[in-house]
Design a protein around this ligand. Structure first.
Ligand SMILES: [Zn+2]
Length: 276
């Protein structure tokens, strides 16, 4: 018995470093296996870092940093997040395309941190879902001001009519994915957050002053939707005062054209230059 147990321990110990080192590679296999628009090479060559946080089903939450360059003080810090809703696959793939733009052209103008896939459990299963593995809508699971604790759940019982796609979870930050983003925001202290979604074909903007909301980003026009208790826009944009740009791509399952992807990026950077 003891010999078997020690043999198992030796085998596990031999496996452990390889598993750690290959965590990103294995994640890229799964991501490229699901997304037709992202090849394994396109994912793996980015050399994303594990954040140290995992989804409910233990998939690593990955981060790619484009740090300040020596000769240039960045104008500001930008945090970008894709794939909050697992059924909005284009919102993941487009972020991969933009990371490759930064691979070529990062000039130190901004300090970027990018998470292309906040909700891997929702996105990477054969039947992808908006919610995470606990069936929580991550964009309703953020904290709300103290005076409104429980507001997200109250809203869900009331106005959202217990819509399963919008369940905010039992309490704010109950989910590991939102917990990570919460800590990322508090550590990185971004000047702007960009959240990529689909399929409403618009730009939304949450900030204390909505006067400088982008009028248009690429083919997406400004349409201010109002915020929901527990959403990232409500938490970061209204409560913390960090502007949140939400890009709603036109289709969840169809990629914008190369030209549109480039146009969105150019307009986004132009807005950042003027407003950060
Ligand atoms: Zn969404």
């Amino acid at each position: 018995m003891t010999r078997i147990r020690s043999a198992i321990i030796v085998a596990l110990a031999a496996l452990a470093p390889a598993v750690g080192a290959n965590e990103v590679e294995s994640a890229c296999h799964k991501i490229s296996g699901k997304l037709a628009s992202v090849s394994f090479k396109e994912c793996n060559t980015l050399q994303m870092q594990p954040s140290g946080f995992h989804s409910v089903d233990r998939f690593p939450l990955l981060i790619k940093e484009y740090p300040p360059l020596e000769a240039r003080k960045p104008k500001g810090r930008v945090l970008m997040v894709g794939g909050t809703h697992g059924d909005e696959l284009s919102s993941i793939s487009v972020v991969f395309k933009w990371m490759h733009t930064l691979e070529k052209h990062h000039s130190g103008l901004f300090h970027w941190r990018i998470n292309p896939l906040l909700n891997p459990d929702g996105a990477l299963q054969p039947r992808h879902s908006r919610t995470n593995a606990n069936r929580v809508d991550l964009n309703r699971n953020f904290t709300t001001p103290e005076s409104h604790l429980g507001a997200a759940l109250a809203y869900w019982y009331g106005k959202a009519r217990k819509n399963k796609r919008r369940y905010p979870g039992p309490y704010p930050l109950s989910e590991p994915e939102t917990n990570w983003l919460y800590q990322e925001i508090s550590n990185f202290k971004p000047d702007v957050i960009i959240a990529v979604h689909a399929p409403y074909s618009l730009v939304d903007y949450d900030a204390p002053n909505r006067g400088n909301a982008p009028k248009r980003i690429g083919n997406l026009r400004k349409n201010l939707m109002g915020t929901y208790p527990g959403s990232l826009g409500n938490y970061a944009g209204i409560h913390l005062g960090i502007p949140v740009i939400t890009l709603e791509l036109p289709h969840a399952g169809i990629m914008p054209t190369k030209k549109q992807i480039k146009w969105l990026w150019t307009d986004l950077v132009r807005w950042l230059i003027r407003n950060v």
